[in-house]
Design a protein around this ligand. Structure first.
Ligand code: NAP
Length: 523
């Protein structure tokens, strides 16, 4: 048996004691390596971050920290082809899916490197404009945003081992907070190789960025008031984390990015065959196929007005049938396998739940016809489209996130308020879309969706050529969502730094406040 992947803790590569689990190519089921399932010495890792990484980062200006992010981006990009291949081997990603993750990672680091360059020598922010507090202007108030003197623990989901690790790291490191990053085990090979490249390049100061493979369960024992945990994964795991004393009693911060039953709403004004209709169909089916539906932002619920339901059904069925599933190394394949045997089991169980309230239009959760696969190996689920007759009664559709290439078509009256009520049955999501060219429909639907979603995508003929679709998370816009989606917020340009900053009100003699704030960057 090959040795298990090592963690990079305390400035060196270390073995994690205990049992190991095999890491498997989801296309062929070939064993690629082993990962530990036990826990390393996490007290020492947290102490290393506090004593080495924290002072090293906090003495740097924002611009200097940005240079570190730029070095990370370049070190990874220099090995792009190797990382794309590894993404296919260990995650079942097509080349396009692999780029989405790997280029998303280096692109987000580069985005924050550029933002940081514009922040110059500052090490903290002055938030908004100052205010006069007394009768005379000399007694005044300001708000500062200063880096927390803590450690960031980043726990990531299996579906974006590259992007998930780097988008979180970019924010914490730019804020001046050292990171211990823990990739999900099933796809950890990619994150592990990326950290190897960063270590080889000497991209970061000692203690600024550590890699934890194995269990993170004990890390919370070592966290306190200045520390931050950014978690991405299922709401079940999030529920376990939320109960820990480090959050409940000791005041560490927790940001949760969890499940989401994202929706796409076809506006009542959109004629079948129009540019906006075609955009709707294209983006819905793209979200089904991309990463085999294993995106937290993927459209799960598709709402069409009863008046155009038949046309929407026909167009979606035709488009889904065009999607080739199979070996992600084959050029024509758009939908690879799901990432692991556990995911396959979960998706199959989810499909059975959907069958209780919806009927299959295409696929049934089975393997379907596969390109380039000649045996029974691989964790494949063919593209699967369901339809339910009563959107309000389709309980399972609004309750269970089936994390695979699976969507459900739902009818609605065409009233924006009703569409928003149906979307709200998902109890909070990351992103929902409305496709319309009618400004009134856009306004009413967008404002109806907004309280329930972290992002609203308005698709129309005017942006059809530029649209990136709802599934792409952009560093300039916030990512996260209320309720089921975890209530967290990441990215959004400089907004994303606030998780790692303390907002502190300052009151006193105005010239003194000006002196204190002079070294900060006003937001
Ligand atoms: P998961 O099973 O909840 O695992 C997520 C991470 O938590 C993994 O690194 C896992 O480690 C770790 N973990 C599990 N139990 C833990 C515990 N008790 N203490 C500390 N860490 C623990 O989720 P997943 O299956 O990897 O990811 C799929 C889910 O993530 C989907 O529901 C998807 O919607 C969601 N997701 C959300 C976003 C977003 O931005 N909102 C993005 C991507 C995915 P091991 O792998 O070692 O068990």
């Amino acid at each position: 048996m090959t040795a298990a992947l090592q963690s990079h803790l305390g400035g060196r590569w270390v073995d994690v004691p205990g049992a190991t689990v095999p890491l498997v190519d989801p296309t062929t089921e070939a064993v690629l390596g082993h990962a530990p399932s036990g826990a390393p010495d996490l007290a020492a890792a947290v102490a290393h971050a506090r004593t080495r990484g924290l002072p090293a980062l906090q003495e740097l200006s924002f611009a200097r920290r940005g240079e570190l992010l730029s070095a990370m981006s370049k070190a990874l990009h220099a090995h792009r082809d190797e990382l794309l291949d590894l993404s296919t081997t260990c995650g079942g990603n097509t080349r396009g899916d692999a780029k989405f993750d790997v280029d998303g990672a280096t692109g987000t680091l580069a985005f924050y490197a550029k933002l940081a360059a514009g922040l110059g020598d500052a090490r903290f922010f002055v938030d908004g404009e100052g205010v006069q507090l007394g009768r005379s202007p000399k007694f005044a108030g300001e708000h500062l945003l200063v880096p927390r003197r803590g450690v960031a623990i980043h726990i990531n989901a299996f579906n974006f081992p590259a992007w998930g690790m780097c988008e979180k790291a970019a924010l914490a490191l730019l804020a001046g907070v050292p990171v211990i990053t823990k990739p999900a085990t099933s796809t950890a090979l990619l994150a592990h190789r990326m950290v190897e490249l960063l270590v080889e390049a000497g991209a970061l100061p000692d203690g600024a960025f550590q890699l934890l493979l194995g269990s993170a369960r004990e890390v919370f024992e070592h966290l306190g008031a200045q520390d931050v945990v950014a978690f991405t994964g299922s709401s079940d795991t999030a529920a376990v984390l939320r109960r820990h004393d480090c959050f409940v009693r000791r005041g560490a911060r927790l940001n949760v990015e969890a499940d989401s039953l994202n929706a796409a709403v076809l506006g009542p004004d959109v004629e079948p065959g129009s540019e906006t209709f075609d955009l709707f169909v294209r983006e819905v089916v793209h979200d089904m196929a991309q990463k085999a539906g294993q995106k937290c932002t993927a459209i799960r619920r598709v709402l069409a007005p009863r008046a155009t339901l038949e046309a929407a059904r026909e167009a979606l069925v035709a488009e889904v049938r065009q999607v080739r599933a199979g070996d992600p190394r084959q050029r024509e394949v758009r939908c690879g396998p799901v990432a692991s045997a556990d995911q396959l089991r979960d998706v199959r169980a989810g499909v059975e739940r959907l069958k209780a309230c919806a009927r299959p239009l295409v696929g049934d959760g089975g393997r379907g016809a596969l390109v380039g696969v000649t045996d029974e190996k691989g964790f494949f689920v063919g593209p699967t489209l369901f339809e339910a007759d009563d959107a309000f009664a389709a309980e399972a559709v609004h309750r269970h996130e089936v994390f695979g290439p699976v969507q459900t078509l739902l009818p609605y009256s065409g009233e924006p308020d009703e569409a928003a009520r149906i979307v709200a049955l998902g109890e909070g999501g990351l992103v929902s879309s409305v496709y319309t060219d009618d400004p009134e429909v856009a306004l009413r639907t967008a404002l109806g969706l907004a309280p329930w979603n972290g992002r609203v995508n308005v698709g129309s003929a005017k942006v059809a050529a530029d649209s990136l679709g709802p599934g792409a998370v952009l560093p300039a816009l916030v990512h996260g969502g209320p309720g089921r989606a975890g209530g967290g917020e990441e990215l959004g340009g400089l907004r994303g730094l606030s998780l790692y900053l303390q907002r502190t009100a300052l009151q006193g003699y105005k010239p003194l406040l000006e002196r204190i704030g002079a070294g900060g960057r006003r937001t």
